[in-house]
Design a protein around this ligand. Sequence first.
Ligand code: P6P
Length: 340
Amino acid sequence: MTTGAPIGLKRFLLDDSHTQSIGSGLASAIDDLAQASRKIAHLVGRGSLAGMHGSAGSENIQGETQKKLDIVSNDVLLEATTWSEHWSGLASEEMDNAVAIRNTIGQGGWLCVFDPLDGSSNIDINGSVGTIFSILPSPKKADELTDADFLQPGTNQAAAGFMLYGPATVLVLTTGDGVNAFTLDTGTGEYLLTAPDLIVPGDTREFAVNMSNRRYWSAPIQRYIDECIAGRSGPRGFDFSMRYAGSMVADLYRLLINSGIFLYPWESRDPDRAGKLRLLYEANPMSFIVEQAGGAASTGTQRIMDIQPNNLHQRCPVIIGSKNEVERVERLCAEAEPAS
Ligand code: P6P
C-alpha cells in the first residue's frame, strides 16, 4: 500500500485500532451492507435508465407510496444479509414485520434495522437519497426471534451508518468510537477513508427544517426558528441560513461536514403521531452517529437514544446536530412545560 494513500473500508474495519474491539464478525457484517450499497448506488446512479423511477403501485405500512427503487433497494439489502453468516434478523421501513435469517451458512449474532432508500421522494428529481442502517445485538437465535427482539433502545446499537448516493457515494459509519466517512471509488468499487474522525462543532448558524409546517409546531419550536430567522437584529444577534434537502441523509451529512441543526418536530396536525421520522431506522442510527461526532440528538424533551421502543415503526420528534443549539431548543421546551 502506497504510504499516504487512503485506506479501504475493509482494512479499516479489520485492523484499525478504532474497531479491533468490535471483532471480525461485526466488521464483516458492516462489509455486507457496504457491498449491498454499491449495487444500490449503481441503480440510483443510472437514474431513469434503470427503469426504476416512479411508483411501485404499492404502499408500505406507513401508508407511504413505495417507489420502485424503495422495493429494489430493500431486496438488495435482503439478499446481501440473507446469504451471510453474520445476521439473525432484519427489519425494514419497507417490511411490515421483521424477518429471521435462516441459512445453512451459520447463525449470525446481529440484527439489522434499515431504511433501504431514505428520501425516495427525491429519486425522480435526481436529488440525493440514501440508505440508513442500525446494527443491534441479537438476543436470540433466528428461529426464536420476534418483532419484540428488535425493540431495543438506541443505546444498544453496536454500529450505525448511512450511505449517501449523491454526486459521490459516501458511507458514514460509527461503531461507538468516533465517526468516519468513506467515499466510493467507482473505478475500483472500494470505499476509501476520506474524512476520519468527523466532529460536529457545538455552535452553528445553519438550520434545516421544512418551514411550510411552522403552523403545526409547538410554541418553543416556533420560537427557536423565529429567533434564527430574526437574525442579527433579533435575540440571537447574528444571521442564520437555512438549507433543507427533504432527504434526512443529505441534511445530516451536511451538518456532519459543516455544522448545523436539523429539526423534524412533533406536529399538531396529527397530535397522536409523535413526528414523521421513525425511531429504529432513522432517528436512532442518526443519533448514534451525531452523538459520536460530539453533537446531540433529542426529541426536545428527552435524549432520543434513551427511548424504549414499543413498535418497529414507531415515530419520534427529531432535533439533532450542533450540541449548543440542540440544548437551546431543549431549554425552550423545558421553559414551556407546565409547572409540575
Ligand atoms: P418532508 C424522506 O421522506 C424523509 O423520511 C426524510 O428523509 C426527510 O428528512 C423527511 O422525510 C422529509 O419530510 O415532510 O419535509 O418532505
